[in-house]
Design a protein around this ligand. Structure first.
Ligand SMILES: Nc1ncnc2c1ncn2[C@@H]1O[C@H](COP(=O)(O)OP(=O)(O)OP(=O)(O)O)[C@@H](O)[C@H]1O
Ligand SMILES: [Mg+2]
Length: 161
């Protein structure tokens, strides 16, 4: 593993993807780019709920919250020989992830199967799905641990039928 992009939507599933990336990257000289994309559709919808006049303030709050979260993660997962960089951009999440993957010239993307949304467990979240379809570099999708365990049991059982 060389330079890897890890998109973080501030959910525990994206943190599980980060743990996997750290474990992979540590066996080599790893460089992880932690990216949070602030969805500009969330900002655009502020006008609809009468908050357009607070747009700048809310933008700054979102950046601050994301930066704090990314900084905490870089501290928590600090390892010898592992380098971190954090990025925050405004975009649609899937497009921000692909653009930054190209701009940072990463070798791979490691991300969660789900995030903060409420997509059925057996499916892929919409951001994960779009990135898998469109990314120019290999993408590794990490499911939540509880689901991985259930799948192993399931396939173990099927294999004996
Ligand atoms: N805004 C974001 N910024 C950075 N990474 C993101 C963002 N949104 C999602 N991701 C990445 O995509 C992974 C899957 O999240 P995704 O949004 O596809 O699932 P979901 O939230 O469960 O479903 P949906 O958003 O479709 O309701 C996350 O674990 C994270 O790695
Ligand atoms: Mg989501």
């Amino acid at each position: 593993m060389k330079k890897v992009l890890v998109p973080i939507d501030l959910s525990s599933v994206s943190e599980e993807a980060l743990q996997f990336a750290v474990d992979c990257a540590c066996s080599d000289t790893g460089y992880l780019v932690l990216l949070h994309v602030v969805d500009y559709m969330d900002i655009a919808s502020l006008g609809l709920v009468g908050l357009a006049n607070r747009e700048q303030e809310l933008r700054e709050e979102m950046i601050k919250e994301a930066q704090q979260h990314l900084d905490e993660l870089t501290k928590k997962y600090a390892r010898k020989g592992l380098k971190f960089k954090t990025r925050i951009v405004f975009d649609r999440p899937w497009r921000g992830i692909i653009n930054i993957a190209i701009e940072e010239q990463v070798d791979a993307i490691i991300m969660g199967s789900h995030g903060r949304g409420r997509v059925a467990e057996s499916l892929l979240g919409s951001v994960a799905g779009r990135v898998v379809h469109e990314a120019p570099v290999p993408v590794t999708i990490i499911r939540p641990k509880a689901m991985r365990d259930r799948l192993i049991k399931h396939w173990h059982h099927i294999g004996k039928e």
